[in-house]
Design a protein around this ligand. Structure first.
Ligand SMILES: Cc1cc2nc3c(=O)[nH]c(=O)nc-3n(C[C@H](O)[C@H](O)[C@H](O)COP(=O)(O)O)c2cc1C
Ligand SMILES: Nc1ncnc2c1ncn2[C@@H]1O[C@H](COP(=O)(O)OP(=O)(O)O)[C@@H](O)[C@H]1O
Length: 327
């Protein structure tokens, strides 16, 4: 998948496209329906499929005082967009200036002039242009005026609950630590991503060295607690293209047993003490919440609980994994 940062990077010889637009934070199952439809329409017509996305998140630009954290970093968003089969993504820098682009001007400048859209695929609640003035009927009018078709994808809801798949729903679930619920809405486990940095150097002495993730641009960190998950080393992808995935017990919180103040995400790779991850960018995929974070009365009870966490994580992550530690 090609990534074009701004219209200047769109190839001059680009043919007609099937285009969609959105922030696509999390690329949840609702997004996936729209993106899947964009890819399919393009394949059937022999055209290029393109998603237009915005960065940073408009909410962070319009409300810098509010602490809006993306569900997924831009890196992860692009990775998930690539997984849908799109040919290209056009990333537009969202600034207050850009936000003043009117609905018609937005369509003309980006969808018509830059992307030569012959079909635009959008969800029924699409909004675009200055003050969100454009909606689906505006898009249909502009399509008639500029000669592109418009496909409206109707909302897709969870068959179990009837609730529409949404980024808000994912945020609510992560805020309570329900990573298994978030995985249902996302269509795969939620992940955070960051460089492994030095911590308090306590982990190895305790017998559980933990990879501590640098705090910025991680993606949305779920509620404090202990989770079963996978530590993925993207730079260590084996020849078959899959990344090395290591089973892990993950701690999110301030380490209250040690009266810590900084909130960290740290992952202990089960049964390993030989890893050197410092400076490496890793992904931590969160599969299931095991328990809340606890301020233990000393190291002894913490270690007893951590031994149980390791067994629980191994159970959740499955199969033949041996939870008994040897080293
Ligand atoms: C599986 C697991 C469970 C943990 N549970 C707790 C906990 O309940 N309370 C706590 O204070 N710290 C908990 N921790 C965090 C440890 O206190 C932390 O990993 C240790 O202090 C090492 O810190 P360091 O990486 O900065 O050296 C847990 C860590 C792991 C890996
Ligand atoms: N099983 C493991 N899981 C995670 N990190 C490991 C493991 N084995 C070795 N390491 C390495 O040890 C480091 C963690 O050791 P630790 O004593 O907890 O130090 P720190 O406080 O700097 O995190 C990790 O950053 C990683 O490089």
């Amino acid at each position: 998948m090609q990534v074009w940062n701004g219209t200047a990077e769109v190839p001059a010889d680009l043919g007609p496209t099937v285009a969609t637009l959105g922030i696509f934070d999390g690329v949840h199952r609702g997004h996936q329906v729209i993106l899947g439809s964009t890819v399919r329409e393009a394949e059937e017509a022999g055209l290029t499929s393109v998603a237009v996305t915005f960065h940073p998140h408009p909410a962070t630009v319009h409300h810098p005082d509010r602490d809006v954290v993306l569900i997924a970093s831009l890196t992860d968003r692009l990775e998930r967009l690539a997984a849908t089969g799109l040919d290209a993504v056009l990333v537009l820098e969202y600034t207050l200036d850009f936000a003043r682009t009117g609905a018609e001007e937005f369509v003309r400048r980006y969808l018509v002039d830059a992307l030569r859209a012959s079909l635009v695929v959008v969800g029924e609640d699409v909004r675009f242009g200055w003050q969100n003035a454009g909606d689906r009927s505006t898009m249909q009018q502009l399509g008639r005026a500029h000669g592109f078709g418009v496909r409206i994808v109707t909302d897709i809801a969870s068959p179990a609950t009837g609730r529409r798949w949404s980024s808000t729903w994912v945020r609510e679930l992560l805020a309570t630590g329900d990573v298994a619920g978030a995985a249902e809405v996302l269509g795969r486990p939620h992940r955070v991503r960051g460089e492994v940095v030095h911590g308090q150097k306590r982990g190895r002495a305790l017998g559980y060295p933990t990879a501590n993730l640098r705090a910025d641009d991680l993606g949305l960190v779920p509620a404090d607690g202990v989770y079963a998950g996978w530590l993925i080393r993207p730079a260590h992808a084996p020849a078959d293209g899959s990344s090395a995935r290591l089973p892990a017990a993950v701690s999110v919180g301030t380490n209250p047993t040690f009266h810590g103040v900084e909130r960290t995400v740290e992952a202990y790779v089960l049964d390993r003490t030989d890893l050197d991850l410092y400076g490496e960018e890793v992904v931590v995929e969160l599969v299931e919440r095991l328990r809340p974070m606890v301020a233990f009365d000393g190291v002894g009870p913490l270690l007893e609980q951590m031994a149980r966490d390791v067994r629980d994580a191994a159970d959740v992550l499955g199969g033949a994994h041996h939870a008994d530690r040897t080293g």
